[in-house]
Write a protein that binds this ligand. Structure first.
Ligand code: SF4
Length: 703
């Protein structure tokens, strides 16, 4: 253990970093965590964990933990306050803003990092109790594209796979995904595959995953949609279509054929930089595979045409009948530990529990289950993250409540984002650390308990609800987010309305009732103990399932009956024209900047990972940028020397990492460094409103 003490008991809990959702065995002494090891029996990670998981406890002890409410002084700096003073200020300021500018003038931004029960409570409290209309999550930055793509294609946001599929495929296609770094334990599952699978990677960089692949299609940035259409065309031309599946279970095949015929292999080879032979070879591997799975992450999602690109991947799985069977699927791997919970429970894009704000029957069901007045439920979907930021800029939003996220670091076009936050009349930041870039802009900081200091459930990428447990005390006066929401309800004067929400497990029971008859039905789960006993349970698990099976069985995938969630039971094959790149390179800005995850040991804005001395040793502490040797030579820079990187929006200094893994006139910079988003372009996918982080034109010069 970290402390050198001997444990007197152990318990298990799900990891709180990424969406893999590894089980960790927590070693306890007198009910307090003193160390951890990966859980060997957990069906997700089978005894493995990445460095972040191993260090999960260490980051709880840090000098900058938020221990007391903090109120900004008129002349700068913060003063400690009591919870009573803090919540009176919270209520007075937000209520007076709403009285002056309307209820919609206060909004919230939440996260994929808190348990589903807290998300559900926050969404219900903010929108039904406090009258907010607009609220969104940082999941808009990572998963919105996959959500929209699935909804439009399948009729429901339903990632169809289970992690066992990594071990069952004989052909795996990774598009804009680098699981060796982003999801290392899932990559370990790939390594356990005994089928000697063909592994095809579509990525502009020669990533760690691309190096391990049997085929690397090193395409030019954002030529992925054209390339996927060309591969689709080859699959169709070569007769690899599963005609009976297409006929029985899809719509739009004729239009798809006509559309992809426009993307002939020869011209797409020129656009993408991938040879005709490579395109044909990939199409052959997919067409002849018996169990083909296609996986994507942020290289697809964080793009100005991400939704259509994700759907081009879904189309390939559908037309080849690679769905609903072991080792198949069109599979988005999500990012944060509870991004999947946010998709169902945050009450932002969907009315809580995947209902619709615009649907009167849905509003009536939610009002009935929550025992609230239907009139308190907004009749329209609130604004997405980008629109909330625009609303602040335009003086439509004056008050903002930020929970467990860090937009002053992570939002696109950072200097603009910080100016926007400073325009607010009142900014509340609720976080486990008081030193985040966003907390520095706050008027009020509310100290929150962290992972390990509270309980609830996370939903991982394979739709598995898993239990988070309280194994440590929160420092000082920090409270769980759940208890902060209870206190806010009290001070706001709506405690009676939320009297059912007594603790996380009571909230879980409410969520179960709201899930009834949805594709994500969890009415068959018999409470937290049941989840703990089973090593988590994948949705759906209905009360009918519970009657039929003694125990939830593992490795459940969706659509094994080939019935999708549109009214006709069919999946839609969706196509679109190619969109021009919003900021192509030019003489002044000749290099295309890609951003992404840099190392296994880093997480997002490093808010937590920078607190671990072990993790800090595993990546460069100073910002670096990967550039090709030809480019380094042309600007006269050696490996490790400083360069200035400039875009139309900002400029930063970074150390040059001269590597052949990026192509000439392309560069890569991890998103974890505070300065990276000074460079990024404010541009969005029109369907999902997800920011397009991966294509900004920059100039790189020697310093
Ligand atoms: Fe935690 Fe993800 Fe690492 Fe597993 S892979 S230990 S869930 S951070």
């Amino acid at each position: 253990t970290h402390s050198g003490l001997t444990p007197d008991a152990t318990t298990t809990a799900v990891c709180g970093y990424c969406s893999t959702g590894c089980g960790l065995r927590i070693h306890l002494r007198e009910d307090e965590a003193i160390g951890l090891t990966p859980e060997t029996n957990y069906p997700v990670n089978l005894g493995m964990a990445c460095p972040k998981g191993w260090e999960a406890l260490r980051v709880l002890d840090s000098d900058d933990r938020a221990t007391h409410p903090l109120i900004k002084n008129p002349n700068g700096g913060f003063s400690k306050a009591t919870w009573d003073d803090a919540l009176r200020l919270f209520t007075d300021r937000f209520k007076s803003i709403q009285a002056e500018h309307g209820k919609q003038s206060v909004a919230f931004l939440s996260t994929g990092q808190i348990p589903s029960e807290e998300m559900a409570f926050l969404g219900a409290l903010a929108k039904f109790g406090m009258g907010m209309v607009h609220g969104d999550g940082n999941t808009r930055q990572c998963m919105a594209t996959a959500v929209t793509a699935y909804k439009e294609s399948f009729g429901f946001d339903a990632p169809p796979y289970t992690y066992d599929d990594f071990e069952q495929s004989d052909c795996m296609v990774f598009v804009g995904a680098n699981p060796c770094i982003g999801h290392p334990i899932l990559w370990e599952r790939v390594l356990r595959n005994k089928n000697n699978p063909e592994i095809i990677v579509l990525d502009p960089r020669r990533t760690e995953t691309a190096m391990a692949a049997s085929q690397h299609l090193q395409l030019s940035p954002k030529s992925d949609l054209a390339l996927l259409y060309a591969i689709t065309g080859e699959i169709i031309r070569r007769g690899y279509v599963d005609d009976s599946f297409v006929q029985a279970s899809t719509t739009g095949f004729e239009q798809l054929c006509e559309h992809v015929a426009k993307f002939d292999t020869e011209s797409v080879a020129k656009i993408s930089g991938v040879s005709e032979e490579q395109i044909i070879k990939a199409a052959e591997a997919i067409g002849t595979g018996n169990a083909v799975s296609l996986w994507w992450t942020m290289g697809v999602n964080q793009s100005y045409e991400g939704t259509r690109t994700a759907q081009a991947i879904i189309n390939i799985a559908l037309i080849t009948g690679n769905i609903g069977r072991p080792g198949t699927g069109a599979n988005s791997i999500t990012g944060q530990c509870n991004a999947m919970g946010s998709r169902l429970w945050s009450n932002t894009t969907n009315l809580i529990g995947h209902h619709r704000f615009e649907d009167a029957d849905d509003r009536a069901k939610v009002a009935c289950e929550l025992d609230i007045d239907i009139e308190s439920i907004p009749t329209e979907t609130g604004w997405s993250y980008d629109r909330i930021m625009e609303g602040i800029q335009n003086d439509e939003i004056k008050g903002l409540w930020v929970i467990a996220t860090n937009p002053a670091h992570s939002w696109i076009h950072q200097s603009n984002a910080r100016e926007i936050l400073d325009k607010l009349d009142f900014l509340v930041v609720q976080d486990m650390y008081s030193s985040t870039e966003t907390a520095r802009h706050a008027d009020l900081v509310l100290p929150a308990a962290a992972w390990g200091e509270k309980e609830g459930t996370f939903i991982n990428s394979e739709r598995r609800y898993s239990l988070l447990k309280k194994v440590a005390k929160a420092p000082g006066e920090a409270l769980s987010d759940f208890n902060i929401f209870r206190a806010v309800a009290h001070y706001w004067g709506v405690a009676e309305m939320f009297s059912q929400w007594t603790d996380p497990e009571a909230a879980f029971r409410i969520m179960q009732r709201l899930s009834e008859d949805k594709p994500s039905d969890i009415t068959g789960i018999d409470g937290y103990e049941h989840l703990d006993d089973c090593g988590g349970i994948q949705w759906p698990w209905t009360s009918a399932d519970a009657k039929q099976w003694a125990k939830p069985y593992q490795q459940r995938r969706l659509f094994s009956d080939s019935v999708f969630h549109h009214d006709d039971g069919k999946a839609k094959l969706i196509i679109d024209d190619i969109t021009p790149m919003p900021e192509p390179t030019c003489d002044d800005y000749p290099t295309m900047l890609l951003t992404g995850r840099g190392a296994v040991s880093q997480w997002h804005t490093q808010t937590r990972t920078s607190k671990s001395p072990v993790l800090r040793k595993l990546y460069p502490n100073e910002p670096y940028i990967e550039i090709h040797p030809d480019d380094a030579r042309s600007i006269g820079v050696q490996n490790g020397e400083q360069v200035r990187v400039t875009s139309r929006r900002g400029s930063l200094i970074a150390n040059a990492m001269v590597v052949p893994t990026v192509k000439p006139k392309q560069a890569f910079m991890p998103m974890h460094y505070e300065a990276t988003n000074q460079l990024t372009l404010s541009h969005f996918d029109p369907h999902s409103r997800q920011p397009s982080y991966k294509n900004s034109a920059v100039r790189i010069e020697a310093v």
